[in-house]
Design a protein around this ligand. Structure first.
Ligand SMILES: NC(=O)C1=CN([C@@H]2O[C@H](COP(=O)(O)OP(=O)(O)OC[C@H]3O[C@@H](n4cnc5c(N)ncnc54)[C@H](OP(=O)(O)O)[C@@H]3O)[C@@H](O)[C@H]2O)C=CC1
Ligand SMILES: CC(=O)N[C@@H](CCC(=O)OP(=O)(O)O)C(=O)O
Length: 345
């Protein structure tokens, strides 16, 4: 199958190149960028020398549609919503790594992304690509809205408990920590070395665009209208997200019981690893892989559940999950091309 990547020279685009180069069923037909089109990708990323030496092209809808069977968008928010409908109309399935098609309510998109929504007429067709939860819908999709990085870690961590009905609605608190690659390759004051080194910064409390995405997915999967507290932080590491999630329990349950339930919930999920009680996951233990590792405790003193969920933001939080979704869409084993052992140390 021939695939194209729009936004190929960003961090998630380059990660797609790494993953797709080792995928047995896929050839990368074209790499597309914006301000850098015309350059060879190895000029921007010398580590791709002799791995992928394609020239970055610009977007020509007809040319792209003629050449590829599937298209990834790894572009900033606001780009794909104007382009995706054109490709869908030409029969090219799209997997969008940006937030453009995740929120069902266009007004919510405008509010949380602070951008005017463009043509949203194809919004109905978008399937939310949280692979472990929506695998049936993903198999039939024409457009997959790949989840955000924090929502992937948060939702995989807490949805089993919410679906089981053991947590009190409106008590959910998510403390998120992300490596700097989550902000993309573009240079900004907030992400340059002196700002992030030996520093931890909270940002966008109460206004982060992933708040409505998490709340919408809880509503879709458990029918619960909830308001979450979400506190994201930047930490001085390249890759990795840790979400520590707190929710009050409705009844007394032991950690062993909840761990047992999570293991059942994910027993068919290749990429979710639930830890034994007392064993906490760390971001390094999933680095470079598509795993989401989850540790749990039900504290009998506070009657509160705490979940620690870790992913690599560029893999499971973006490009790895996009490849997993491509696999599901094509009826391939979901781990095809994704059997990556985490890089350690
Ligand atoms: N980084 C991460 O961990 C995660 C990222 N995401 C999402 O994935 C998307 C990409 O993120 P990331 O790779 O970090 O971003 P980067 O900033 O690293 O890369 C952005 C890419 O988009 C291209 N681009 C910019 N504007 C346009 C345009 N108008 N038309 C076509 N291409 C354009 C750029 O091309 P050029 O440089 O040539 O201008 C570049 O290739 C974002 O929506 C992000 O929110 C989601 C989950 C995690
Ligand atoms: C560290 C960092 O800055 N991370 C980004 C997450 C990128 C992302 O997933 O945002 P989208 O919803 O636009 O895809 C952020 O917090 O905005």
């Amino acid at each position: 199958m021939k695939v194209g990547i729009i936004g190929a020279n960003g961090y998630s685009g380059v990660e797609l190149i790494r993953l797709l180069k080792q995928h047995p069923n896929v050839d990368i037909e074209m790499l597309i960028s914006h301000s850098t089109s015309g350059k060879n990708v190895k000029e921007l990323y010398p580590h791709l020398s002799e791995v992928c030496e394609k020239t970055l092209e610009s977007i020509d809808v007809q040319d792209v549609s003629d050449r590829v069977d599937l298209l990834f968008f790894a572009t900033p928010s606001g780009v794909s919503q104007g382009l995706v409908p054109k490709f869908i109309n030409k029969g090219v399935p799209c997997i969008d790594l940006s937030g453009d098609f995740r929120l069902k309510d266009p007004d919510a998109y405008t509010k949380w992304y602070q951008k005017q929504g463009a043509d949203r007429s194809d919004l109905e067709q978008a399937v939310y690509g949280l692979a472990e939860i929506n695998h049936k819908e993903i198999k039939e999709a024409k457009l997959i809205a790949n989840p955000g990085c924090y929502p992937t870690a948060s939702l995989l961590g807490i949805l089993p408990a919410i679906k089981m009905g053991i947590t009190q609605p409106d008590t959910l608190i998510i403390d998120g920590k992300s490596g700097i690659s989550g902000a993309g390759r573009g240079v900004s004051i907030g992400s340059h070395f002196c700002e992030v080194n030996e520093n931890i910064k909270a940002y966008k409390l109460g206004s982060h665009q992933h708040i409505p995405e998490i709340e919408q997915t809880i509503q879709d999967n458990a029918g619960i209208d909830t308001n979450i507290s979400f506190s994201p932080h930047l930490v001085p590491m390249t890759r990795g997200i840790m979400c520590t999630i707190y929710a009050d329990l409705k009844q007394q349950l032991s950690t062993e019981e909840i761990v047992g339930y999570y293991k059942d919930f994910y027993h068919k999920s290749h990429f979710v690893r639930v830890r034994e009680p007392g064993v906490w996951p760390a971001t390094k233990e999933v680095y470079g892989s598509n795993y989401c590792d989850i540790g749990l405790i039900a504290d009998s003193r506070t009657n509160r559940l705490t979940v620690v969920s870790v992913i690599d933001n560029v893999v499971k939080g973006a490009s790895g999950q996009a490849v997993q979704n491509m696999n599901l869409l094509n009826g391939w084993d979901e781990w095809t091309g994704l059997n990556l052992t985490p890089v350690y140390p």
